[in-house]
Design a binder for this molecule. Structure first.
Ligand code: PLP
Length: 476
């Protein structure tokens, strides 16, 4: 071992050799496989108390590496009990996190390559695989052709729907006023939209009074009449509508805003239309569910998260734009140290001009692995199965007079309440989660406490939902 500094070992003495990596990698793949095989044995909602995990972790980091001899014990004894089991087929809270095993392997390869695809030149395959996979999704989901990479627009893979929203807002602002100050710009969304709209606009520098929150109609969809009135009122007062966010598949109840009507208003006022289909977008792989695409051909940007329902592990959010120019013009800043001949020739995509950060992970690999493993037919079957499971649960709810279903269930998000009122619904939900057998979450719809079962975990079947319903009935 060469001494790099007098008396001290060189860094090479510390690195993991590829033989050690191979051995430990096999052990860890076995660990993950065992974990997945036994995931139904753990409480779905972690039962640990605050600081239980923290108190088991050494307060100070080790001075000397410990060779990871006890790693798997620590994973089993400290970490797993502190997890909620998002990959359990009994997880129906929030929206699911779809970490199918092919995507896990894709993630591993991404880490193994360790590339930063910020420019085409920094790893051409990272950029071009991303372009190809995004074009596959345009075809698989029958999205507008303007979103394809050989058209005026294109797509990019980001970390989250929140980042997609922020990125779209910045592009919309730029299309309206370039880099000028613009205190009169106004954005619009519905009171059922995800909180990421408020957050994204704040991060983009807008004051809260530059966002109008539009009321919903009977189906929890944004009221187009109320939106029309709000936009016109702003125009009459000399303000400038620049950005409207419509949601396809709201977080609370999977409701659909009327995208075509919203698009017509955007066109009338020159505002940018962003469609947030973070959860529901995956449904479009199934032809009979393509109602989720209604009006999309008139959207300026569109986002959906394969990490919610398309078998790909967090993080994987797709942002498509119909015209890439406002996005790239808003975000392209080219310091000397990033210049290169390819970028200068303008014949390649540099994805750093499509996102807020410069550096980027090679996320396309896991989506590529998923699509190659499942094929279009596997993806369709996955979504269709869940829709059927959702219908089964809806029928069970409808058949029990003690419960009332509060929303239609065109996608498998079932919202219902006990007829005795909020306290009863809340008690049932808490008891279900405390049992550790299932995990469900709640929302509030028009002031009413609502039990919300979102079916989407990779391995959830009718049997899991019937077991859940049996437990709910026993508590009713
Ligand atoms: N939009 C909708 C409709 C959502 O349901 C969610 C999360 O559930 C988000 C946005 C935020 O997603 P992300 O965690 O990817 O930012």
């Amino acid at each position: 071992m060469t001494d790099s500094v007098a008396g001290l070992p060189s860094a090479s003495a510390f690195h993991m050799s590829t033989d050690e990596f191979r051995r430990m990698g096999h052990d860890l793949i076995d660990f993950i496989a065992d974990y997945r095989d036994s995931v139904e044995e753990y409480p779905v909602l972690s039962q640990v108390q605050p600081r239980d995990v923290l108190d088991q972790l050494p307060v100070t980091p080790p001075e000397h590496g410990d060779g990871l001899a006890t790693l798997i014990d620590d994973l089993n004894n400290v970490i797993v009990p502190g997890l909620s089991q998002w990959q359990s087929p009994n997880f129906h809270a929030y929206y699911s996190a779809n970490a199918s095993l092919p995507s896990v392997l894709g993630e591993l390869v991404t880490a193994g390559f360790g590339v930063n695809g910020m420019l085409w030149a920094t790893s051409p395959a990272a950029t071009e695989l991303e372009m190809r996979v995004l074009d596959w999704l345009v075809e698989l989901c029958a999205l507008p052709q303007t979103f394809a990479s050989d058209g005026p627009g294109g797509g990019v893979i980001l970390d989250s729907a929140s980042s997609s929203l922020l990125t779209a807002a910045v592009a919309a602002r730029h299309r309206m006023v370039g880099h000028e100050r613009a205190p009169d710009l106004v954005a619009y969304t519905s009171d059922q939209a995800h909180s990421s709209v408020v957050k994204g606009l704040r991060v983009a520098g807008f004051a809260d009074d530059q966002l109008r929150v539009i009321q919903h109609d009977d189906d929890y969809a944004m009221s187009a009449d109320a939106l029309a009135l709000a936009m016109q009122t702003d125009v009459d007062a000399g303000r400038v509508p620049f950005f409207v966010v419509a949601t396809v598949g709201t977080t609370s109840s999977a409701a659909f805003d009327p995208v075509s009507e919203v698009a017509a208003l955007c066109e009338q006022h020159g505002a940018w239309l962003h469609v947030d289909a973070a959860y529901a977008g995956s449904a479009a792989v199934v032809p009979e569910l393509r109602f989720v695409n209604r009006g999309l051909d008139r959207a300026d940007s569109y986002c959906f998260n394969p990490h919610k329902w398309l078998l790909t592990n967090v993080d994987c959010s797709l942002l498509y734009v119909a015209d890439r120019a406002p996005l790239n013009n808003a975000l392209s800043i080219v310091p000397d140290y990033l210049q290169n001949d390819r970028s200068a020739d303008d014949d390649v995509i540099d994805y750093r001009d499509w996102q807020i950060p410069l550096g980027r992970r090679f996320r396309a690999l896991k989506l590529w692995m998923v699509i190659r493993w499942y094929g279009a037919e596997g993806l369709r079957t996955h979504i269709r199965d869940h829709v059927a499971v959702g219908r089964r649960l809806s029928a069970l709810v409808d058949a029990d007079p003690r419960f009332e279903r509060l929303t239609p269930t065109s996608l498998p998000v079932v919202c219902f309440a006990h007829i005795d009122g909020d306290a009863r619904s809340r008690t049932i939900l808490n008891a279900i989660n405390a049992s550790g057998r299932h995990h469900i979450s709640h929302t509030v719809l028009d002031g009413r406490y609502t039990i919300r079962v979102a079916i989407g975990s990779v391995h959830t079947t009718v049997q899991h939902i019937e077991a859940l319903w049996a437990d709910i009935e026993a508590l009713a």
